[in-house]
Design a binder for this molecule. Structure first.
Ligand code: SAH
Length: 198
């Protein structure tokens, strides 16, 4: 997976590649899809949701430029796979999932596998999580039509947010940065297809 799907497509950050090597993706995938855990596609995780394609997880993580000192907010825990990747790269991860069943399951899985610097909450990610704000990094893995204002507010100076934006068939990753003077900058990146942020 790392050689064929990630390195070959230009993912070259060694910390990101190491994280993708170390997290056991097959343990986040349900038993019936386990043999496909490392194939080049998203897979169903129940409740009509999916675990993202490995390349997209790696790309979003690389674009986020996470380091060990950061506090990271993730929106859309899903099965917790992307959460685990972030957990290996930074100090603290707060992850929000709107569907209780998925949130509980991911929380249990992450705890069992020893990703101890993660706090899982069942909550609407559009509001962010003000109690722990501001965040150095925000990664969103479901797509809104418009970037939620609260997420921009909760981004720290020198912070960065990676977020898919748009409708199902016209969606791009955006990189939102806040400079040290709290000025917000926006850059359109790769076309993608994420489930909607509800
Ligand atoms: N990163 C996940 C991918 C999950 S798919 C993984 O590795 O498995 C996107 C997730 O976003 C879904 O689980 C969906 O329920 C969740 N979601 C959608 N709208 C949301 C919202 N408003 N707040 C929080 N989570 C949301």
């Amino acid at each position: 997976m790392v050689d064929n799907q990630l390195r070959r497509r230009g993912i070259n950050n060694t910390s990101v590649l190491d994280a993708m090597l170390s997290v056991p993706r097959h343990l986040f995938v349900s038993k019936i899809y386990r043999s496909m855990s490392y194939t080049d596609n998203p897979l169903p995780i129940g409740q009509g949701q999916t675990i993202s394609q490995p390349y997209i997880v790696a790309l979003m993580t690389e674009l986020l430029k996470v380091d060990v000192k950061h506090k990271v907010l993730e929106i859309g825990t899903g099965c917790g796979y992307q959460t685990a990747i972030l957990s290996t790269l930074t100090k603290k991860v707060i992850t929000l999932e709107v569907l209780n069943t998925l949130s509980m399951k991911a929380q249990k899985k992450l705890k069992m596998l020893g990703y101890d610097n993660v706090n899982c909450y069942c909550a609407d990610g559009k509001n962010g999580f003000p109690k722990e704000a501001p965040y150095d990094r925000i990664l969103v893995s479901a797509a809104p039509e418009i970037i939620p204002e609260d997420l921009i507010k909760q981004l720290a100076p020198n912070g960065c947010m990676v977020i898919p934006v748009g409708s199902l068939y016209d969606q791009f990753i955006y990189i939102i940065t806040k400079d040290k003077n709290n000025q917000v900058h926006m850059k359109k990146s790769t076309p993608v297809r994420f489930v909607p942020l509800v």
